[in-house]
Design a protein around this ligand. Structure first.
Ligand SMILES: Nc1ncnc2c1ncn2[C@@H]1O[C@H](COP(=O)(O)OP(=O)(O)O)[C@@H](O)[C@H]1O
Ligand SMILES: [Mg+2]
Length: 258
């Protein structure tokens, strides 16, 4: 059996008394793509928010490579090798693509007397290293030629790819993607499918993807997990999940989304 890179154990969380996740257990096998599907309001984004530390759970545990990360701050979890993208985020207009890639990276801070002397040199070195890594990540997604373009000169679909490239800068173990195919044309979805496979196969990254585009999620995922009303109702191979009557029932009335 494949080792799990990420484990969610008995996770529950409620907002204002309303349960968003109820005792959810999921293992995310290392080096695989796990798709998470479910109707609107099922708890998919909340699950990602819990895993990345934005919403500490009321109960349960999250383990990254068998180490509990429950309750750690998002920055700390990111530094341990878990990165994410956000639903419908956009690049900053006044910055180049490369600057966007590097924005918000937590550059090392050296403190103290010796630090004050070393700071500028080390920060310059570190910034240079981050620039190189960012360019390598842009290269990986085939967008190196966009490095010095204005962020908002890129199409919405291209910006989504940049957002994914950004997660690769620090050679993450796990990347969480929240609806990466939203608003993409059919051709762009095919490119995204190929890119996700390359991130898995060439980078060995464990991917967790929430996705409404069923064609993408069923095609690219090694395993699929189905949430409905905060509970896991099915999981398994895409074809198994696809033919599960409980899944069809959960989606009744939500056909327009798929
Ligand atoms: N920060 C929050 N405050 C209040 N309710 C929230 C919050 N985040 C999520 N919820 C609620 O939790 C449920 C699950 O939401 P969400 O995880 O966004 O679903 P999905 O991503 O599957 O559409 C919904 O009922 C939603 O309204
Ligand atoms: Mg969502």
């Amino acid at each position: 059996m494949t080792e799990a890179a990420l484990r969610v154990r008995g996770v529950s969380i409620a907002f204002g008394g309303v349960s968003a996740l109820d005792s959810v257990d999921v293992d995310f096998p290392e080096g695989e793509i796990t798709g998470i599907i479910g109707p609107n309001g099922a708890g998919k984004t909340t699950l990602l928010n819990v895993v990345c530390g934005m919403n500490p759970p009321d109960a349960g545990d999250v383990l990254l490579e068998d180490r509990s990360i429950t309750g750690l701050k998002p920055n700390r979890i990111a530094a341990l090798g878990l990165r994410r993208t956000f639903q419908s985020s956009q690049l900053f207009a006044g910055m180049t693509v490369l600057e966007n890639m590097m924005a918000g990276l937590h550059l090392m801070s050296t403190t103290g007397l010796v630090g004050a002397v070393l700071r500028s040199k080390r920060m310059r070195e570190e910034e240079e290293e981050m620039r190189e890594r960012a360019l390598t990540a842009l290269d990986f997604v085939g967008f190196r030629h966009f490095a010095n373009r204005a962020g908002d000169a890129l199409s919405f679909g291209q910006q989504r790819i940049i957002e994914i490239a950004r997660t690769l800068i620090h050679e993450p173990k796990v990347v969480l993607l929240d609806e990466p195919a939203v608003g993409l044309s059919v051709n762009r979805v095919a490119e995204l499918d190929a890119l996700l496979r390359r991130i898995r196969d060439e980078r060995g990254v464990t991917l967790v993807m929430i996705e409404h585009v069923i064609r993408l999620v069923m095609g690219v995922s090694d395993r699929v997990v189905v949430l409905n009303s905060g509970r896991k109702i099915a999981e398994g191979l895409p074809e198994t999940v696809r033919s599960d009557p409980a899944v069809a029932e959960a989606y009744l009335g939500h056909q327009a989304e798929g």
